[in-house]
Design a protein around this ligand. Sequence first.
Ligand code: GDD
Ligand code: MG
Length: 371
Amino acid sequence: MKALILAGGLGTRLRPLSCTRPKILFPIANVPLIDLTLERLASNSVVESVLAVNFMAEKLQHTLGCSKHGMKLTYSRDAPISSSKQHAQRALGTGGPVKQAERILGSKEPFFVMNGDILSKANYAIMMEEHKSAGCVATIALARVTNPSRYGIVKVGSNRRIESFIEKPVSQAGSALVNAGIYVFEPEIFDYIPVNKKCSLERAVFPRLADEGRLLGYKIENLWVDVGKPEDYIVGNKLWIKASGISAIPRAVIDSRVQIEDAVAIDEGVTLGEESILGPNLSLGKGVRVGKRVLIRDSIVFPNTIISNSATIEGSIIGESVTIERDVKIKGGCLIGDNALIQEGITLPKNVKICPSVTISESVEESHCMT
Ligand code: GDD
Ligand code: MG
């Protein structure tokens, strides 16, 4: 069985962190999201995964190589290599890359397609079985959410057939079943997508299949999060740490006076200063150095960042090799790009974004983006 992973989006909602790494390389409990996805596909009998790449294609190919978890990895680009700088213009959307990979995916058996930014413990093997026994062109996994307007909303009829599919409706209150971004397609799907053109599965293909009664829904009851938005990324990281039973006590150097609240993932080579309080809901990447009397909660810190004495960080994502000097306070919703420097005593109010390698030496206004 083969799978195609849509991995070419710009990751705009995670900027500036996504300026220096594609979304699928963002760490979840200190492991790149794509590793978790590939591991799950491999354990569900997938033998080859195709990465549909565009934005930062070279970086992805270089990082992931040509095999993982015993699976062959191949790459299918939206834009030809020669024009990769124009990736925004050449983006094929969510449907075009499926058609682009037609030759690799083949015409003999059904295959998986999934959004690359999905964190899930869904059972793909059962989904495939249900798809095969229902005889539809496509099966889409469904999740129940309380804030449905940023998803594709479905109405399910008899025999689990999807009767309507509406992508991101302007107003939709209350909980709803939504497209979870994990699909099984018959090769017949290629007839629904134009060649070498931008095409949206959600706006062009699924509504048509729903009208024809050839779209099946498969409900996911296990963990499912789209980590493409900062707040959802932090929640997804927390749920993954909890669901995977990751121990807070790592191979890190921990002073006995450090307090660790639950759901914390600490990677190798982390050092923690005395009287610091870490967690709940926190990941500290490889080689992160935390000073004394530091407080960090509901946050994700990428590798090799330095957090100096008496700093406080809440509800934020801190990039790689960032330096946070002493007495800095970082309030909720902040995103700090790689190699940034936040100087002593600075308070970052809510929702501040700091671009890579920027130095902050003066106070910043709420919701500001520092370039
Ligand atoms: N190769 C390629 N080319 N990949 C792309 C492109 C492109 O032009 N555009 C987007 N992608 C990839 C993204 O990298 C991501 O993995 C996936 O396609 C979906 O794009 P998002 O930008 O994350 O979409 P979304 O989160 O707003 O909505 C989608 O996911 C929801 C579930 O989380 C839709 O499929 C919704 O219907 C769905 O409910
Ligand atoms: Mg998404």
